[in-house]
Design a protein around this ligand. Structure first.
Ligand code: NAP
Length: 309
């Protein structure tokens, strides 16, 4: 299938273009971007030009930041195209629900992707936790914003989500691996005095069996970077490290499972999109987004030192 990629920035170049190039299901037939392009691929500067010129392209993958993404997605869906959304699926929950309804009305596929759920050890963690009683779960997601988001002003603007841009990846894993739904009870947000969005956040959650569930996200981490989830249960402690790439149970790595034919988060996302297209329908789990939205609604703001690149 021919596919178009919109928003040729960091993640499109780093992950989407190579994943599509290696995909047995998709061929990159066009890009839509004001500044970016991919050598040898037809380039459009706005989505309406693409939609008007290329009705042979039935699938569009959107790598824009969350705020401009809704408009592009709605235009693509109204034009009868299937749509794949980078995370987070929108800037607000209401616009995600609107896209869901629009996709149903136009009978197209809509896939709200969560790339971190495709990390190697996430399914192992989910399977192990399925029959354990959780006592506590701690998320520690600490990285250096200057290293991972150089020059990206949109992350500091309303709707850019600040530290929740990576933090939502942790929440996408937590909501995938826990057998019970949790919900946010309190949050503290550190917001630089010259910015609109948080650079740090501490969250606590209600768990139906009384487990203590908390998360700390921080964008001020220099040196070693930490993307870790620790789950203490009645049958031992599970540690998911490096964003889900490594797992230990009581300090030991479990034996590797049978190799899956695909490796890599983004190749798995495109394979999932191909399967969704084959069966039809919508894959849009908004639970990670609900937690971020709740944190922004309930969060106690602390003004912190100005942030400059
Ligand atoms: P980025 O480098 O800023 O690229 C986004 C591209 O979208 C820009 O290059 C820009 O291309 C286009 N764009 C259109 N309207 C825009 C607007 N109003 N403001 C800014 N850019 C606009 O961002 P990114 O890191 O690729 O992130 C894009 C999405 O991918 C985000 O939702 C992010 O959470 C997700 N993501 C990022 C990473 C990562 O490591 N960076 C990892 C996983 C997921 P033109 O100027 O050419 O139109």
């Amino acid at each position: 299938m021919d596919i178009a990629l919109m928003g040729i920035g960091k993640i499109a170049q780093d992950q989407h273009v190579p994943a599509i190039a290696a995909s047995p299901d998709f061929t990159l037939a066009a890009t839509v971007s004001r500044h970016g392009s991919v050598p040898g691929v037809a380039a459009f500067s706005d989505i309406d030009s693409l939609l008007a010129a290329r009705d042979d392209i039935s699938v569009i993958s959107l790598c824009l930041p969350p705020v401009p993404r809704f408009d592009a997605a709605a235009r693509a869906i109204r034009a009868g195209r299937h749509v794949m959304l980078e995370k987070p699926p929108g800037a607000t929950l209401a616009e995600c629900h609107a896209l869901h309804r629009l996709a149903e009305a136009h009978r197209v596929c809509l896939f709200a992707t969560w790339h971190s759920r495709e990390a190697d050890k996430v399914p192992v963690a989910k399977a192990w936790l399925a029959d354990k009683r959780l006592r506590a779960l701690r998320v520690i997601w600490k990285e250096d914003v200057r290293r991972w988001h150089p020059g990206q002003e949109w992350i500091w603007e309303p709707g850019g989500m600040g530290v929740f841009d990576p933090g939502i990846n942790a929440l996408s894993i937590v909501t995938e691996i826990l057998p019970h739904d949790i919900h946010l009870t309190s949050a503290t947000l550190d917001v630089p005095e010259n910015r609109q969005t948080p650079i740090g956040a501490e969250l606590t959650f209600y768990h139906p069996e009384g487990a203590e569930v908390s998360a700390v996200f921080d964008w001020r981490q220099e040196g070693d970077q930490t993307w870790t989830i620790v789950a203490e249960t009645d049958a031992g402690t599970l540690t998911l490290a490096d964003g889900g790439a490594r797992i230990k149970i009581d300090g030991a790595a479990p034996p590797p499972a049978d190799d899956t034919p695909l490796s890599g988060e983004y190749p798995r996302l495109y394979a999932k999109m191909a399967r969704l297209l084959a069966r039809g329908g919508i894959d849009m789990d908004l639970r990670p987004m609900v937690h971020v939205s709740d944190a922004l609604a309930l969060g106690h703001r602390r003004r912190t030192a100005p942030f400059t690149e």
